[in-house]
Ligand binder design. Structure first.
Ligand code: 5GP
Ligand code: SF4
Ligand code: MG
Length: 450
């Protein structure tokens, strides 16, 4: 998902809208904005894309100098408009709103407990669980104490923005799995999932919210808290660098573009091959392909063209729609492909269906040899922290050997960057690599059913 929050600007809701526009790639299912006029919260939440949901009229009713927003990316295949965010609630401190990116590991346990205590849930979101935890604590604790204590009760991945009591609060889980950046404008502060959103509204990047940090912005300025103490072992999601984030973002201390290109160079070093051209699977493979080409001296070509009016295929929760999507979306440039030895670079193989279709497209277009290169190690384990990877059984690397995968997708050769190679490109190795290694930085036991 994408989150954004603006404090201290008369155009708060309009700025959040622009941020959500820049962050559309992080979720396309639905979007929402809530604005706080000092007393009440007005909101707009609907299914669909940012460009379609917000009209001038709808934005106009979102007055106030504080606003937060959310783009929803489905991680559970379930969709209901009830689950759109921000979640809004009336608490003893007044109207509150919360926008959330991540996945709580112990949400189910907490939820069951709360329901037994008589709490009524009206959505299936982790945000609502957090709201109820906060509401309970507000009986005896002041707002900031209550919120920081909630941060010690929940485990999992979360980056969130919270708005209440004339404050904007940004929080990141102690492992810092999901990103969250802080920016500044002439009038006020802004928090966003990725720095691309800051570029769009001309805010300057101040810093990332640190793992485990809670930043409170109000009329008295900016305060920082670490409710769980200082963090020893952060584990930001390496998949943000591989695939999820926009390459023009700066994240976890590095430029996403440079990291992705570095992965491509490393891939060329580790898995060289003699070929006429190297082409990306658009768009996700482009940046790594530039690196592969630069390192290998094999010319870069755009051998497959993407129809930009088709959404990101992986986002569709049903297998039938996804398969259809790949065919609608990509088409080879025949004259470029015919008779050539081709390296094709993509960022990841998940189910293997995309690669299989790409190889078939290229064979049908007359390619002589097809060498598939992947700028991430085999994705063998599911993600429990908010990226929609399928179950273990559906991950082709979990059930097949590398050579079986090569045969399944129909390539002449197949090569992946190694985990060690990937680590050399990153400034430090304090990352979550669990979808490649199965070593989960936050114990997902509560979530695994079998
Ligand atoms: P596959 O067909 O192997 O299941 O999917 C691999 C393709 O899905 C890659 O081209 C990758 O760019 C794309 N993809 C889209 N969304 C996601 C996502 O959320 N996670 C992963 N791992 N890959 C995704
Ligand atoms: Fe990211 Fe993979 Fe870790 Fe999930 S398991 S947080 S996708 S690195
Ligand atoms: Mg792709």
């Amino acid at each position: 998902c994408a989150i954004a929050g603006v404090y201290g600007n008369h155009e708060a809701a309009n700025l959040v809208y622009l941020c959500l526009y820049a962050l559309q790639h992080r979720g396309q299912q639905g979007t929402g904005i809530a604005a706080y006029d000092g007393e009440h919260i007005n909101s707009e939440k609907r299914e669909g894309l940012v460009a379609d949901v917000y009209t001038k009229k709808r934005l106009k009713k979102l007055h106030g100098k504080i606003a937060i927003g959310h783009n929803r990316y489905p991680t559970d295949g379930v969709f209901s408009t009830r689950n759109l965010q921000p979640i809004i609630a009336e608490l003893p401190i007044g109207d509150c709103a919360l926008a959330y990116n991540g996945n709580l590991i112990n949400a189910f346990k907490i939820r069951r407990q709360l329901i037994q205590d008589g709490v009524i849930f009206s959505t299936g979101t982790d945000s609502e669980t957090i709201m109820h935890l906060l509401a309970k604590r507000l009986k005896n604790e002041d707002f900031i104490t209550a919120l920081s204590n909630v941060m010690t009760q929940i485990t999992g991945s979360y980056s969130m923005v919270f708005m209440a009591d004339n404050k904007l609060i940004a929080m990141r889980d102690p492992h810092g799995v999901r990103p969250l950046a802080m920016g500044m404008m002439k009038d006020g502060y802004v928090f966003v999932s990725e720095t691309v959103a800051l570029d769009l509204i001309d805010a300057h990047f101040v810093r990332e919210v640190e793992p485990g940090e809670m930043v409170v912005v109000d009329a008295s300025g900016v305060k920082s808290y670490f409710p769980n103490g200082k963090v020893e072992n952060p584990a930001p999601c390496v998949f943000e660098h591989v695939y999820f984030a926009r390459p023009d973002s700066f994240m976890f201390g590095q430029s996403v573009y440079e990291v992705r290109k570095g992965f491509g160079k490393m891939l060329a070093k580790e898995c060289p091959v003699d070929a006429d051209i190297v082409i990306p699977v658009p768009d996700s493979g482009i940046t790594a392909t530039i690196g592969y080409s630069e390192e290998s001296k094999i010319p870069f070509e755009l051998g497959i063209i993407r129809n930009h009016y088709v959404g990101r295929t992986f986002i569709e929760p049903s297998q039938n729609i996804r398969d259809f999507g790949v065919r609608v979306k990509l088409n080879p440039v025949r004259n470029l492909i015919k008779g050539k030895k081709i390296v094709v670079v993509d960022d990841s193989i998940v189910r293997g269906t995309t690669s299989k279709k790409i190889v078939k497209l290229l064979r049908d277009a007359g390619a002589k040899e097809i060498h598939m290169r992947i700028s991430a190690p085999p994705t063998s384990y599911p993600c429990y922290y908010g990226i929609d990877t399928p179950t273990k059984k559906e991950l082709i690397s979990n059930t097949h050997t590398e050579d079986e995968i090569r045969r399944f997708i129909g390539a002449d050769t197949l090569g992946y960057i190694s985990l060690e190679g990937m680590k050399k490109v990153l400034i430090d190795n304090n990352f979550c690599f669990a979808c490649f290694t199965g070593q989960y930085p936050i114990n997902p036991a509560d979530l695994i059913e079998d």
